[in-house]
Design a protein around this ligand. Sequence first.
Ligand code: PGA
Length: 253
Amino acid sequence: MARRPLIAGNWKMNGLLADSLADTLATLMRKKQDWPFEMVVCPPFTLLHYLGKTIAGSGIALGAQDCHIKESGAHTGDISPLMLKDVGCTYVILGHSERRMDHGEGDSLIMAKAKAALAAGLKVILCIGETEAERDSGKTLEVNQTQLKGSMPVEVEAADTDLVIAYEPVWAIGTGRTPTDREIQEVHAFIRKELIALIGTAADSVRLLYGGSMKPGNAGGILALPDVDGGLIGGASLKAEDFWAIAQQSPAL
Ligand code: PGA
């Protein structure tokens, strides 16, 4: 079945109100029509409201980079899925390797967050990926299998359309290094096979994104791979022109 490519920008901890990033992006995107792909931008929490207003009507969706498992309550410093919906988000990134490392997030917490986000009506971009040491010791597929099984909520009915998996080799994030196209396809085909085992035919419509040093110069080859349905883009999403140049290399449906 045809899966509409998703081009997602992860701004991480970058961007201030005074920056012109949001405005540049919105201006650029408003000029475009009839995209064969979907776009989402995930700024830090502090910019969600502003960016949501700036990109309204541009065709770009708004997403966040994390959420809590509860709707509200005594959780100092946390943001709930309901709050993300309230501010206009339709997506949330969960299980990013930087959260796994910086905040010690494990698979079971990530699964709980994914369940809470889906229950609140958000779409989830669930990240998995091996470290360099794991790849070097031949454990790439095993690590991705463990993370997928451990963090993906399989019983969710809307799993096929609301769940997106992002394969992000940790060693490729922000480093300028990427796996070869053949290595990316190998992992994506493996993830698709694992998804079929977990959720059956619904796996056919789950989009699998590649993330890690995706740039205008390498996006074409990666996005054309049969089991790659878009990208999760960090550094290059901070330049509106580069982000758009990557999106334009999505294959037509
Ligand atoms: P990068 O980040 O494109 O800067 O490598 C990707 C990500 O971490 O989502």
